[in-house]
Design a protein. Structure first.
Length: 299
């Protein structure tokens, strides 16, 4: 059995308003239409349904039994549609701040701190689409958190991290104990991450071991994957101190060597230099920059 074709939404809105007021003129005023248009739309609805919804009286309208039965689901559907439209496209979205963020920074740095922002600004909604290493792209967010040297053309950059490079691994690596000294790295798998200019090659060079021949290498496009693999004992990753402090404290990862070196690269909050950001985006920007400064001073 085929389903009856749904009536046009404007016919249903005219029916609902007319049923609420029991008057075509008042319904027309509410919907900013003429009385004739309301009457015509209700008549069209009745024709399509094959049923009379109103009794036309000298001084107004009265719902028929069919109209009384049809009104509750129509009203509920219109109210639900209005609510979800406002939620997705209405005033709520005007308050939402879209922050495009590197996934490892969000997971290990930002997410554990967000409760403090929400406590200060419970009215501000935040959206967090993730990014990896795309630098040249159409600007499609309020704010962006990127890793690099902070010199993106046309963008204002505010530094969020001051990192040192630290090799990290699990308590068991490739089926054996973690290396006791740097020379033993040759016997292990090194976990590399694309997008970082200062990676394993830089760290080994700083220690005077750039000629070390490593047994095996695995490459990833995000540090979050490398850190997870390291914690599971599949190799040794090169962590950034701002991202691994909680992992070290919880003993999910250990740092087998004392050597660590400051990076020039960092995570930055960026936004277009030539355009002002929204009021709510400014609330998040100010909070994030202060949070980052506090973390740096307390590290």
């Amino acid at each position: 059995m085929s389903k009856k074709r749904l009536p046009p939404l404007n016919w249903l809105r005219s029916f609902e308003a007319s049923a609420r007021h029991l008057n075509f003129t008042l319904a027309a005023t509410e919907l900013n239409l003429t009385q004739a248009a309301i009457s015509q739309q209700v008549k069209g609805l009745e024709t399509q349904l094959g049923a009379t919804l109103f009794k036309r009286l000298p001084r107004g309208l009265e719902l028929t039994d069919a109209g009384k039965s049809y009104l509750p689901p129509v009203r509920d559907a219109i109210e639900r549609l209005a609510a979800v439209t406002d939620e997705i496209f209405g005033q709520g979205v005007a308050k939402a701040v879209t922050v495009k963020v590197n996934l490892v920074f969000f997971t290990h740095w930002l997410a554990p701190r967000l409760h403090r922002f929400y406590a200060l600004h419970p009215d501000v909604r935040l959206n967090f689409p993730s990014s990896i290493w795309i630098e040249e792209r159409k600007w499609d967010s309020d704010l962006d958190i990127r890793h690099g040297l902070g010199n993106w053309q046309g963008l204002t950059s505010e530094r969020l991290t001051w990192d040192h490079l630290v090799p990290v691994c699990g308590h068991n690596v490739n089926g054996k104990a973690p290396p006791a000294h740097i020379g033993q790295l040759a016997e292990y798998t090194l976990l590399h991450v694309a997008g970082y200019k200062e990676g394993w090659g830089y760290w080994l060079s700083q220690t005077g071991n750039d000629d070390l021949v490593i047994a095996s290498h695995v490459h990833f496009d995000t540090l979050i994957s490398a850190l997870q693999m390291a914690s599971l004992g599949h190799g040794i990753a090169l962590g950034r101190t701002s991202l691994i402090s909680n992992l070290l404290q919880s003993q999910l990862l250990i740092a087998p060597f004392a050597e660590q070196f400051a990076t020039q690269e960092a995570f930055y909050l960026v936004y277009p230099s030539q355009h002002s950001i929204s009021h709510n985006a400014e609330k998040f920007r100010a909070w994030l920059v202060q949070e980052a400064m506090d973390a740096h001073l307390n590290s």
